[in-house]
Write a protein that binds this ligand. Structure first.
Ligand SMILES: Cc1ncc(COP(=O)(O)O)c(C=O)c1O
Length: 354
């Protein structure tokens, strides 16, 4: 059954800094998927891998949780938020949130909720910032702000401490609001903070989590995790309705198990973070490079002199973050090497001194 005649169509030595999605599948994840491949298993999540994933997640979060593996992060966010809200609900989020900027309006169009976006200096909400939109409760003219969504780590590479998450959750709950965490880079946060996952999620009062897998080495797949199942409603139906119910779910679950049963998730994220820290150290202080955010995960954000980014991009892929400000984003992955960083940093130095 195995056809080994397939050859890669791309240059397999090429790595860039555009996105932690540009990397491939972690070999241990691929091996787990292959091990789960033979024979038949019941589809749509009634398989032994998805059952085991529930146990693994319950261990991680220190309580029984409901786990809903899905295809992607946008889907996870939409259905997690839908599960928290009535039809008239609105979500307070940072203006930079992925749900607000990078999901093509899916929370509004597909999820049917209103987003109330608050500008922040660093991608992080605070109780005071939440209050800018958490008002008008009971006013029929205003979409009801009944949930808060925070991103960990944020889209700007910054990281909430467990105390900051708890302060947000306590505040939100005191207002009758529920708390969602977009954890597309949850593992990077755990690696940065050096605390167990539960310290800044379940123990801090997050109600529902979009648990990222893809950026941490899965082929594809995230999981909606109801940490406080009482706060959610209808996730099982919403997943299907949102076209996120995988028939061959065992492969998403097997990948997650490979990440989470041991410490692969943490090793990989810690490595990606360390590579970003190395890059930051290499460019810090270079004349012309102005870092714009603290490096607290696997990304470096910086402003470059006119033209430098485009010339660097002739050899290395990466994105502008804010084109008008000449701010770029450099992302590292589980497979970024020290040599990748050193070569790139040297190219930046050479370009700056041209
Ligand atoms: C903060 C954040 N949330 C969610 C996602 C997931 O998006 P996707 O729908 O592409 O899997 C991403 C991916 O870039 C992200 O950065």
């Amino acid at each position: 059954m195995t056809d080994s005649s397939f050859t890669a169509l791309h240059d397999t030595a090429l790595r860039g800094f555009a996105s932690d999605n540009y990397s491939g599948v972690h070999p241990q994840v691929l091996a787990a998927m292959a091990a789960a491949n033979d024979g038949h298993q019941v589809s749509y999540g009634e398989d032994v891998y998805t059952a085991r994933l529930h146990e693994v997640m319950a261990e991680k979060f220190g309580r029984p949780v409901e786990v809903f593996p899905v295809f992607n992060g946008t889907g996870a966010n939409v259905l997690a938020l839908q599960s928290l809200l009535p039809r008239w609900g609105a979500v307070v989020c940072a203006a930079t949130a992925h749900i607000n900027c990078d999901e093509n309006g899916a929370p509004e169009r597909v999820g049917g909720m209103k987003l109330l976006a608050v500008p922040t200096p660093d991608g992080k909400l605070t109780p005071d910032l939440i209050d800018k939109e958490a008002w008008g409760f009971g006013d029929e003219h205003r979409a009801q702000p009944l949930a808060v969504s925070i991103t960990q780590t944020t889209e700007l590479g910054t990281c909430y401490t467990p105390e900051e998450v708890k302060a947000i959750a306590d505040h939100a709950h005191s207002l009758g609001m529920k708390v969602h965490m977009d954890g597309a880079r949850l593992a990077n946060a755990a690696a940065h903070l050096g605390v167990p996952l539960r310290a800044f999620t379940s123990d801090a009062g997050v109600d529902v989590l979009s648990f990222g897998g893809t950026k941490n080495g899965l082929m594809f797949g995230e999981a909606v995790v109801a940490l406080n199942p009482e706060a959610t409603d209808g996730l099982i139906y919403l997943r299907k309705m949102n076209m996120q119910l995988a028939s061959k779910m065992r492969f998403i679950s097997a990948g997650f198990i490979a990440l989470l049963e041991g410490d692969l998730w943490l090793q990989s994220a810690g490595h990606a973070n360390a590579m970003a820290t190395r890059l930051r150290a290499a460019v810090e202080g270079l004349d012309g490079v102005v870092p714009t955010q603290p490096t607290q995960s696997n990304g470096v954000f910086a402003i470059l002199p006119e033209g430098v980014a485009d010339r660097l991009r002739e050899a290395f892929r990466f994105y502008d973050w804010n084109e008008a400000a000449r701010e770029v984003r450099w992302m590292c992955s589980f497979d970024t090497t020290e040599a990748d960083i050193d070569t790139f940093a040297e190219a930046i130095r050479a370009e700056l001194s041209r």
